[in-house]
Design a protein around this ligand. Structure first.
Ligand code: ZN
Ligand code: ZN
Length: 243
C-alpha cells in the first residue's frame, strides 16, 4: 500500500479525497501538483500529508475522473489504483462506474509495466466506450456482473480480440468466465467493491498464467463496509473487522 490510512471511509466526504487526512489551509498560496491530473496550480489548501486536488478534478464526474487518473497514474498496482479511485465521493458505493473502473485500472497498470504511454491512453479511452454498454444492475438481472465483463474488456483490448479472433477470443471469454466464477462463488447481494476486487485479482492471476506477468500485489482490504448496508461482513474476503 502506498498510502497509510487512519480513518473511516466516511471521512473522505469532508477531508482529503485521497487519504482522508484533515485539510490544512495556509495564508500564502504555493505551486501544487494535482494528485489526479498532475497539472500544477497555485493553491493554499493541501491535506496534512501533502495531497492537493484541483477544482477541476474535484468536480469531475466519475467516468472522467477514472479516465484522467488511470491515464496519468504511473502505478503498476491495479488494486491500489482502484482503492484510490473508490475513495473519491464521485465513485459511489455501488454503480456502473465500476464497470469502467475495472478495465481502466488494469490497463493503466499493464501499460505502465510495458512502459507504453500511448497505448495506455488509447486503450483506456476505448475501454470507456465499451464499458458504457454494460448497464447498471447487470449482475442480478442478466447474470453477468459488470466488473467481470470489465476484465473481459481488458483482455480483449490487450490482445486485440475481435469476434473473429481465435486465441484472443478464447482468452477474453475465459477471463470473464474466471471472474464470474469467483464472484458467483461468494454469493450475493451485490457489492461493487467486492466484485471489482475479485475481478481484478482474477485478472492478476490470468496475467501471470497467460502473459508471464508475475508478482503483482493481490492484497487489499475493504474500506467501505460502513457505507454498504448490505455488506456480508465476515463472508467477504476483503472485510476488515477493524473498521
Ligand atoms: Zn491526503
Ligand atoms: Zn486536477
Amino acid at each position: 500500500m502506498s498510502e497509510k490510512l487512519d480513518m473511516n471511509a466516511t471521512g473522505y466526504k469532508t477531508n482529503c479525497l485521497v487519504c482522508g487526512s484533515d485539510l490544512v489551509y495556509s495564508t500564502n498560496s504555493n505551486k501544487s501538483e494535482c494528485y489526479y491530473c498532475k497539472k500544477v496550480y497555485e493553491s493554499n489548501v493541501k491535506c496534512a500529508k501533502g495531497h492537493f486536488i484541483c477544482d477541476n478534478c474535484h468536480n469531475l464526474p466519475a467516468s472522467k475522473l477514472i479516465k484522467q487518473f488511470c491515464i496519468n497514474s504511473q502505478s503498476e498496482d491495479p488494486l491500489v489504483t482502484a482503492l484510490i479511485l473508490m475513495r473519491n465521493p464521485q465513485v459511489k458505493m455501488h454503480g456502473p462506474e465500476h464497470h469502467f473502473l475495472v478495465p481502466a485500472v488494469l490497463l493503466s497498470a499493464y501499460y505502465n509495466l510495458k512502459k507504453d504511454e500511448e497505448k495506455k491512453t488509447e486503450k483506456i479511452e476505448e475501454s470507456e466506450k465499451r464499458a458504457k454498454n454494460i448497464l447498471g444492475g447487470f449482475c442480478g438481472y442478466y447474470g453477468d456482473c459488470g466488473a467481470a465483463v470489465g476484465t473481459g474488456i481488458f483482455i480483449s483490448l490487450i490482445t486485440g480480440a475481435t469476434p473473429l479472433s481465435k486465441h484472443e477470443w478464447k482468452l477474453s471469454n475465459m477471463m470473464t468466465a474466471k471472474s464470474l466464477f469467483s464472484i458467483a462463488n461468494v454469493g450475493g447481494p451485490r457489492c461493487c467493491k467486492r466484485t471489482a476486487f475479485l475481478s481484478i485479482i482474477q485478472a492478476i492471476d490470468f496475467l501471470s498464467e497467460n502473459f508471464s506477468i508475475e508478482n503483482m500485489n493481490k492484497n487489499v482490504k475493504c474500506e467501505f463496509n460502513s457505507l454498504n448496508k448490505e455488506c456480508i461482513r465476515d463472508s467477504c474476503p476483503f472485510y476488515d473487522r477493524r473498521r
